[in-house]
Design a protein around this ligand. Structure first.
Ligand SMILES: *[C@@H]1O[C@H](CO)[C@@H](O)[C@H](O)[C@H]1NC(C)=O
Ligand SMILES: *[C@@H]1O[C@H](CO)[C@@H](O)[C@H](O)[C@H]1NC(C)=O
Ligand SMILES: *[C@@H]1O[C@H](CO)[C@@H](O)[C@H](O)[C@H]1NC(C)=O
Length: 332
């Protein structure tokens, strides 16, 4: 409890290191996806995430944590991390064994998939929240609430049976609680601090336009592509002069492997109305220098001048060469 109070204190103290980083909410969570093909074949995948950014992987052959960034160890010591690695290794082995033993009793039918999402959230003005959710074949199965396992309604009687069994093991419950309530927020704060440079970086987007004719004749789907920006918040709008085109439809931002984002903003227009439209991009990395791209102006002014100047220079060079050659012949 003392830890939580200290944690809140650091979060609320003005000018403290963390106050500016913990914006609305930030979370660290672990995702486990286990596929059971049959009695003897299982594949366990594990990963660690800071909000939507993957920070950790799991090498299931050797049972070791993969650190995806230089700062992925946060402020934990190698010893702490080795202990965690061992804990996860024992967990995966034990889980595989137990599932094999109990599969028929719990009415798990091969092949099936289990997913676990566990972690903690920090809000700047509230105490940390923790969660452990388990899904079977993609639907809610059970979760860890307060101090015990609770079946989800979707889980039916198998979920009830699993919870009844697991709730008998005090040791497991205490370990789970300690992991999500103590270790997780501690690790998250250390991670935010260690990754500060990376997490607070600003990367400018690149933008380009494309257009496709749609199934409806005479209509165009204009697409404004905005790629490679960080952080995620961005404003992209199709405009006619200063008029925002309210028909602009935004697709969900898509993450690149390097943690930057890609987004598309689409506008469906009558082909003859396309001229004069522009796409405007605002992003914190650009300051107040919005990117503005005009539809239909394929050749920019500099390209046009290049198109005039290059042939002109070539012509002059040719004339000079020709002249030189003439004078040479004259001497002969
Ligand atoms: C179990 O599943 C794996 C992967 O699909 C397959 O290669 C293997 O032959 C299966 N084993 C049995 C005993 O069915
Ligand atoms: C959580 O557990 C504590 C102690 O076991 C209990 O006092 C409290 O009422 C519980 N809260 C909920 C929401 O179940
Ligand atoms: C890591 O940082 C957190 C938050 O600042 C702190 O509570 C924790 O004790 C630190 N852990 C280590 C191993 O230094």
């Amino acid at each position: 409890m003392l830890f939580l109070q200290l944690l809140l204190l650091t979060l609320l103290l003005p000018g403290s290191n963390h106050a500016d980083m913990v914006h609305d909410m930030v979370s660290f969570h672990i995702i486990q996806i286990s596929s059971y093909a049959n009695q003897s074949w299982v594949q366990n995948q594990g990963s660690g995430w800071l909000d939507e950014l993957q920070t950790h992987g799991w090498e299931s052959e050797s049972g070791s944590i993969i650190f995806l960034h230089t700062w992925s160890k946060g402020n934990f010591t190698d010893e702490q991390l080795t202990d965690l690695e061992l804990l996860f290794r024992v967990y995966f082995i034990g889980l595989t064994q137990e599932i094999r033993n109990y599969a028929s009793q719990f009415q798990f039918e091969y092949p099936f998939e289990m997913q676990v999402n566990a972690g903690c959230e920090l809000y700047s003005r509230e105490s940390p929240k923790d969660f452990v959710q388990v899904a079977y074949e993609g639907s809610d199965f059970m979760s860890f609430q307060n101090t015990s396992w609770v079946p989800s309604p979707e889980g039916g009687s198998p979920a009830q049976k699993v919870c009844d069994l697991l709730n008998q093991y005090e040791g497991i419950k205490e370990t789970v609680q300690s992991l999500v309530r103590k270790t997780c927020p501690q690790f998250l704060l250390g991670l935010l601090d260690a990754g500060k440079m990376y997490l607070q970086r600003k990367v400018k987007p690149e933008a380009w336009l494309s257009g496709h004719s749609t199934l409806k004749s005479g209509r165009l789907l204009l697409v404004c592509h905005v790629s490679g920006f960080y952080p995620k918040p961005v404003w992209v709008m199709w405009m006619r002069d200063e008029q925002e085109q309210l028909g602009t439809k935004h697709e969900d931002p898509f993450p690149h492997a390097d943690g930057t984002w890609y987004l598309r903003a689409n506008l469906d227009v009558a082909a003859e109305d396309a001229a004069g439209l522009s796409c405007r991009v605002r992003h914190s990395s650009l300051g107040d220098q919005d990117i503005i791209l005009y539809w239909g102006r394929r050749l920019s002014a500099s390209l046009i001048s290049l198109a005039v100047i290059v042939p002109l220079i070539l012509l002059i060079v040719l004339m000079l060469l020709f002249k030189k050659r003439c004078s040479y012949w004259n001497i002969l």
